[in-house]
Design a protein around this ligand. Sequence first.
Ligand code: NAP
Ligand code: G4F
Length: 351
Amino acid sequence: MSKRALITGTTGQDGAYLAKFLTEKGYEVYGTYRRLSTPNFWRLQYLNIFDQIQLIPCDLLDSDSLSEALKISNPDEIYNLAAQSFVGASFEQPTSSGEITGLGVTRLLESVRQSCPNARVYQASTSELYGNNIWAPQTEVTPFAPSSPYAAAKLYAYYITEIYRESYGLFACNGILFNHESPLRGLEFVTRKITNAVAKIKLGLETELLLGNMDAKRDWGYAVDFVKAMWLMLQQDKPMNFVIATNEAHSVFEFVEKAFSHANLDYRDFTISDERFFRPCDVEHLCGDYSKAKKVLGWEPEVRFDELVKLMVDTDLERWTRAKAGEHFPWDAFNYPNENRILSRTWKIDR
Ligand code: NAP
Ligand code: G4F
């Protein structure tokens, strides 16, 4: 009999790739989605798996909907990927970020404890937990020092996952994943913001790219590699936490330079620093040591930084070229407003 997996946040980047991965492994895949005024299934459609996923409406703010999702899917494995996942937005919406990304995990774990305690749970933890601590590269035992409302919520989620594992014997793992990107990445995240802008500039549809802190360094991997690690964690004899990373750190500036140069453009002609995109507090340097994952899971990243940048630029160029030619396909960028038009909170405090 095939195994059953429940993915929360299946409409997001990782949710879509994981749904594809598990479907190909023969799982019966159930995916939760939020009721929105405009449907948001483009990633599942883009990957051609929309018809193979059983969809369940569910919100991490709503315990009843979580219980119902567990009842309907009766899962062997649960992947909790749903979150308010954008660090920038967590400064603008700190309370709801805490409710969804932090307390939402307790709602889920409590429902699991009550209705399917034998199901295995993956919790999407993050390298943001390390914040601006002084140790690098970061491992599973590096101290945490969260620097945003998002990271504080994920810290709570990390510990509540440990508490449910220790207190009730749930098979629950924290995957401490460093940044992972892809052509399915949301447009507000810096990598996709850059590659989408490069493609538009190359095709004469845009003239500039406004960015914040370009000195920040991140350990950027490929989402397709990373979802495989999530699955591997739930196949072990006992639940453990793992760092998933590439052990390479690159600055936003390096990403910009490489992305423009791949399209035969000079970033200096188009890139502008804009204070609106600086955060009240930013994480400056993340670099993960994935030795434990390599040893225990046999996992290693396949796609590295240079290849990732090229893959994302090429895909966005191809999409804008097709769109310019009048083709319609599942995609997010077409109606997305230029970020210049988005009025966000100003962070300066008048004393
Ligand atoms: P993403 O693309 O932003 O997807 C987030 C998903 O969560 C979406 O499906 C979203 O639904 C759903 N969601 C948001 N609020 C919800 C709510 N109240 N109830 C139910 N679902 C809700 O994020 P991602 O990049 O795939 O990341 C997946 C997870 O890994 C997140 O928990 C993220 O914090 C964590 N993580 C990501 C990275 C990374 O680099 N990508 C690294 C470490 C950890 P809608 O489509 O309706 O918005
Ligand atoms: O792409 P970002 O928004 O990703 P960030 O903040 O690292 O968070 C992502 O990775 C985490 C794992 O470490 C996940 F937990 C989280 O869910 C998310 O997936 O920003 C990366 C860096 C930051 O230092 C930011 O300040 O890029 C800098 N940056 C500079 N200009 C910008 C911009 N970020 C964005 N989004 N937009 C800019 O214009």
